[in-house]
Design a protein around this ligand. Structure first.
Ligand SMILES: [Zn+2]
Length: 252
């Protein structure tokens, strides 16, 4: 028996006897499939954002939403961590979604400077949108959809997945509109487009989210009605149907 196997065999005994309640080995093993939430210890500068994320249980809420809707056969770990400026993203090699604490710090600053009040609520909505966008990448990978590795097309599809997931939830349109505003604020703060960025430019992503929120329920958003958005209800229906169809193999 290898050391590793011996340790695995001992863990239940130790846990059952509760000799060492703080023993980290007593944590149950993560499930083999589905989205799994994890928080890593933050770097000193990220403590506030890490604490916020834990208190608001955002990673747990989003993974629960995803698992209630989808049955993914392999594990996709959603890990909140200090990434030293790397940026949140999905890694197909490890099936990991990384949410960076410093992205939250940046978004909080944008909202608090614009609104001059605490941005907890807005930040929670932006985080939900970010996590659903990254989950979109993970699902495109899991389903091997044609847009996989297709740069901008994959990014747009991940945004549409975030729209689908948020608009399934009762106040999800609000979250989508807050995320749209975050794109506007980011564009205003840094108007130079990043040519290496495969995502659509921030103003286009903002408009896509507004069009989806309006198209999903025009009567609820009369303030968003413009002649240019007259096609949004049809666009939304097509988005919803295409996304749902693509996800069919994984739907519960
Ligand atoms: Zn992306």
């Amino acid at each position: 028996m290898t050391l590793r196997r011996l340790r695995t065999a001992l863990v239940p005994v130790l846990c059952a006897t509760a000799l060492l309640p703080a023993l980290t080995g007593c944590e149950p093993p993560p499930p083999a499939g589905g989205f799994v939430a994890r928080h890593e210890e933050p770097a000193e500068a990220d403590r506030e954002s890490a604490g916020f994320l834990k208190r608001w249980k955002l990673v747990e809420r989003v993974t629960a939403d995803l698992n209630a809707y989808l049955d993914v056969p392999h594990r996709i770990t959603v890990v909140a961590r200090s990434c030293a400026g790397e940026g949140s993203g999905y890694d197909p090699g490890t099936h990991r979604i990384e949410l960076c604490y410093d992205d939250l710090t940046e978004d909080r600053k944008l909202f608090e400077e614009a609104d001059r009040r605490p941005a907890d609520e807005a930040l929670s909505e932006v985080v939900r949108e970010t996590l659903h966008h990254e989950a979109g990448h993970a699902l495109i990978d899991a389903l091997d959809l044609p847009v996989r590795d297709e740069g901008r097309a994959e990014e747009d599809a991940a945004d549409r997945f975030a729209q689908l997931m948020l608009l399934r939830a009762p106040e999800g349109d609000h979250a989508l509109l807050t995320a749209a505003r975050a794109y506007d604020l980011a564009a205003a703060a840094d108007p130079t487009p990043d040519l290496d960025d495969e995502h659509a430019p921030d103003p286009a992503r903002a408009e896509s989210h507004r069009c989806a929120a309006y198209g999903h329920d025009p009567a609820r958003h009369p303030d968003l009605a413009t002649p240019a958005r007259a096609t949004c209800p049809a666009t939304w229906t097509a988005t919803r149907d295409t996304c749902t169809h693509d996800l069919t193999p994984l739907l519960r």
